[in-house]
Ligand binder design. Structure first.
Ligand code: TYM
Length: 341
């Protein structure tokens, strides 16, 4: 989008995460940390627990309720201020489902067939995947555009979905000859946008990895973090003093990259700092840094989870504020399409 197009719309940040359990360091470094910074740069930020996305794969109902609360607790513990930002739960605002249907009638099969996340998640058993998983990116576009979101802070893995969001927005605007939706800008950070598994540096750190050793969860205590860092896969070579020396060493690159993101340094600076050392000593520093960052978050999450009524209340109030923005947008969409209301 050109700057002039962007300026036709009120700057508004939207982002979300799936409450599918095991919120991890990748979510924190790729997303939550950035969400918190943006609260000071934008007047309006909406941070959503996307429970409707979570049920595109099976979720046990009573676990889901706790996972939704835990996701909200993770946002707040990471620094999202629910007084300032709008923190809410997707299924409590019906406009998400309504607009997603409209977008099902805008997006093309060919566009969805290109989505790599569907291919990864459906795997070989494609015929058994839910249709919800297939049209997931249309719901994601609806999440953002229901609020005419202009900026979306995410990790690298969501880039393709945001390109689709732009395609849907421009197609809708073109079909109906009306400038209803902005072309959303992704906000992806230089460091921390793609945190990899601690067991395999070629795989993304993920909530659904069956190995708990592959990720640092936001609920992990100091001992668990230390153990996972100790067991993190590395190689036998020393740490290089230049970034080029990390070529073909995905696990080494990942650990140094995480260190860089946590300490707000560049990867080049971290290579300089530790160049020549083995991974044994580095891992001790790494565990200390990760623990000092995450311990306050873990403690605050645990405190919030002891009072689920408070978390539910925060989400209810957030949904009310979100509905106030969504309703006029949905009315505009209905008018433009030719629905009666
Ligand atoms: P989800 O729940 O998988 O992840 C939430 C956020 O965390 C980021 N992330 C990572 N960043 C760096 N390294 C990693 N290993 C890593 N794993 C996850 C994700 O990029 C994301 O920013 N489809 C989205 C949720 C969503 C959404 C939206 C996001 C639904 N509607 C609208 C933005 C706007 C998802 O599955 O994220």
């Amino acid at each position: 989008m050109t700057e002039s197009q962007a300026s036709n719309f009120t700057p508004r940040v939207f982002s979300g995460a799936q409450p599918s359990g095991n919120m991890h360091l990748g979510n924190y470094l790729g997303a939550f940390r950035n969400w918190v910074k943006l609260q000071d740069q934008f007047d309006e930020c909406l941070y959503c627990v996307v429970d409707m996305h979570a049920i595109t794969v099976w979720q046990n109902p009573s676990d889901l309720r706790d996972q939704i609360r835990e996701a909200a607790a993770a946002y707040i513990a990471s620094g999202v201020n629910p007084e300032k930002s709008i923190l809410f739960n997707q299924s409590q605002v019906s406009g998400h489902a309504e607009l997603a249907w409209v977008f099902n009638c805008v997006a093309r099969l060919g566009w969805l067939n290109r989505m790599t996340q569907f291919k990864d998640k459906a795997g070989k058993n494609r015929e058994k995947a839910t249709t919800g998983l297939y049209v997931y990116p249309n719901l994601m576009a609806a999440d953002i555009l229901l609020y005419k979101g202009t900026h979306v802070p995410v990790g690298e893995d969501q880039k393709q979905h945001l390109e689709l969001t732009r395609d849907i927005a421009s197609s809708f605007n073109e079909n109906y000859e009306a400038e209803v939706f902005p072309l959303t800008e992704p906000l992806i950070q230089a460091e921390g946008a793609r945190i990899m598994s601690l067991r395999d540096g070629t795989k993304k750190m993920s909530k659904s990895d069956p190995s708990d050793l592959s990720r640092i969860n936001l609920t992990d205590d100091v001992d668990a973090i230390s153990k996972k860092v100790r067991k993190a896969k590395t190689d036998a070579d020393a740490i290089p003093s230049e970034v080029d020396g990390l070529e073909g060493r995905p696990e080494a690159k990942n650990l140094l990259g995480i260190y860089a993101a946590l300490s707000d340094k560049s990867l080049a600076d971290v290579c300089q700092q530790f160049g020549g050392q083995g991974f044994g000593d580095f891992k001790k520093d790494f565990a200390d840094l990760a623990t000092s960052h995450l311990a306050p978050i873990t403690t605050e999450m645990a405190r919030l989870m002891e009072n689920p009524d408070h978390v539910d209340d925060v989400l209810r109030k957030g949904a009310e504020r979100a509905r106030a923005i969504a309703e006029p947008v949905m009315n505009e969409v209905k008018d433009v399409i030719g629905f009666l209301r």
